[in-house]
Ligand binder design. Structure first.
Ligand code: XMP
Length: 521
């Protein structure tokens, strides 16, 4: 596999978000993009020369879990402060700015966590907080406090507990806020970030869905030329938007492959056909490989063994199609920005072969085309809508590559897949009808390997139960079981029992992650 040539944010003003750990940087980067400015996350170990080479119009220092006094606490290359670029420090970033520039940070014994009343300096003309009401709510999360701003800076806001909740040095274009403007609980946080990007850094707000699509199309055309591109469609939103975007760029130079493993959700294959073949007129190879997958899975009960077999067979089937499609030089993949960041190479070219099922072969001589590699999931969805993909597809819940197989405990057979698929469709339909779709991360049915006694009509039954699982989550790293209304649970249970023969009991999984995982296998 050759190195990916991802699109570059050519032509967009950029804000660099320096990552000091935890999840703060991603949230800040997303908020900056909501202000229509491109943002990229860079590691805190970045040197001034490396940063200057990326030519951002401003720098935001994120919060982080450390204390500036902790041993090995991350710091910033001091030469970065010599670059002629505006800097905004947030929380840990604000303390670091204070400390590295000659102010003072202390463990005062005062900590602030959660919603906090902020009072701005009565006479401040600050570009960031000057237009705020005298008092407003902000979100705090700090143990150490800034007790003195650096020389040249003035304090622009305080709270009852801390005297320096925000400071700035307008001449040096250095700004700092102890609170978190990126979280929704800070009333005017989005305005603050927008003011920093547009007024202080003078960025042009040109990062819009339309311009992102245009830029991606241009770059895909440049990369691919007259070459041919292959794209594996999974039915999920990332691969669907990738395919739609690449198709818009190069039309019939793109061939999509949809491998039906027999382990998809209800209606997924039909929707891929309907959307891509009929609506987009795209060259689609629909491989009906159900029998091969069921054959390979026969007798297997170990979750890892099932995963491995599915992953390997997927690759084999895909390779067969690829070898038949002559002259293909590129493989399009739906890698997203969080995958790029997590692979530890925020801005270097990255290969991420593991995308959906298993991973694609290392020795395929294909160059990767990853038109979504600069985008967050919410941007991908917005672009999908802009490109005319159906809402149902754009708002699909995440679905594991090995499909329904990891929601069936024990052996995967045709019959058991039918049971879990039918129950799953009911869960999804009822969640949608209840208007809870976008509040849940995932909602689905699981088929355990136990049976229990029941009575239906006058008959004793001895059949499988369905476990309903619904969770809320931001990123799937942790998840909470969803407090679904009892009426909804009752409706789901009633329908599953009545409409799915072979199921005589429904249970609801009330385990969060951790200790549980989202999927059952
Ligand atoms: P767990 O079960 O580990 O799942 O809490 C976290 C998230 O990842 C999805 N998932 C997978 N996705 N291949 C995938 O592409 C897999 O093998 C896989 N296993 C779990 C899961 O649906 C959830 O969103």
């Amino acid at each position: 596999m050759n190195v990916a040539l991802g699109p570059e944010p050519v032509g967009f003003d950029t804000i660099a978000v320096v990552d000091f750990g935890a999840q703060y940087a991603q949230l800040i980067a997303r908020r900056v993009r909501e202000a229509h400015v491109y943002s990229e996350i860079v590691p805190h170990s970045i040197t001034a020369a490396e940063l200057a080479a990326r030519a951002p119009k401003g720098i935001i220092l994120s919060g982080g879990p450390s204390s500036v006094y902790a041993e090995g606490a991350p710091r910033l290359d001091p030469a970065i402060f010599e670059l002629d670029m505006p800097v905004l420090g947030i929380c840990y970033g604000a303390q670091l700015l204070a400390q590295q520039l000659g102010g003072e940070v202390a463990r005062t014994g005062v900590a602030e966590y959660g919603r906090t009343r902020l009072t701005r300096g009565p006479a401040t003309t600050s570009a960031l907080v000057g237009s705020w009401p005298e008092q407003s709510d902000v979100w705090m999360s700090h143990g150490d406090s800034i007790v003195a701003p650096p020389p040249g800076a003035v304090v622009t806001a305080a709270t009852d507990q801390v005297a320096v909740a925000a400071f700035e040095d307008v001449a040096a274009r250095r700004y700092a806020v102890q609170f978190h403007p990126e979280v929704v609980h800070t009333e005017r946080g989005d305005e603050l970030l927008k003011a920093f990007c547009l007024q202080v850094c003078d960025c042009r707000p040109t990062w819009t869905h339309v311009s992102v699509i245009e830029a991606a199309i241009d770059q895909v055309r440049q990369m691919v030329g007259t070459g041919r591109v292959l794209c594996a469609l999974s039915g999920g939103v990332d691969s669907a938007v990738t395919a739609a975007l690449v198709h818009k760029a190069i039309g019939d130079q793109l061939t999509c492959v949809f491998v039906d493993t027999g382990l998809m959700r209800a209606g997924e294959g039909e929707q891929v056909e309907e959307t891509f073949r009929r609506q987009f007129g795209l060259d689609l190879v629909h491989v009906k490989a159900q029998d091969r997958f069921f054959g390979a899975l026969a007798g297997l009960t170990d979750p890892e063994a099932k995963r491995k077999v599915i992953g390997e067979l997927f690759v084999r089937v895909f390779e067969e199609v690829a070898s038949e499609a002559s002259g293909v030089g590129f493989l399009a993949q739906g890698t997203l920005y969080p995958d790029v960041i997590e692979s530890g190479s925020g801005h270097a070219a990255t290969i991420k072969t593991h995308h959906n099922v298993g991973g694609l072969p290392e020795d395929m001589e294909l160059e990767l085309v990853e038109p979504l590699r600069l985008l967050f999931k919410d941007e991908v969805r917005a672009i999908g809508e802009e490109l005319g993909l159906p809402e149902e597809l754009v708002w699909r819940q995440p679905f594991p590559g090995p499909g329904l197989a990891v929601r069936i405990v024990g052996e995967v057979t045709h019959e058991r897949v039918e049971l879990v698929r039918a129950a799953d469709a009911i869960v999804l339909e009822e969640v949608r009808n209840a208007g809870l779709w976008r509040e849940l991360w995932q909602s689905f049915a699981v088929l355990p390997a136990v049976r229990s006694v029941g009575v239906m009509g006058d008959e004793r039954t001895y059949a499988y139960p369905i476990v309903v699982r619904a969770v809320t989550s931001d990123d799937a790293m942790t998840a909470d079981w969803a407090r679904l209304p009892h009426e909804l649970l009752e409706q789901i249970a009633k329908r599953i029992i009545n409409e799915v023969p072979g199921i005589n009991r429904v249970a609801y999984d009330i385990t969060s992650k951790p200790p549980g995982t989202i999927e059952w296998e």
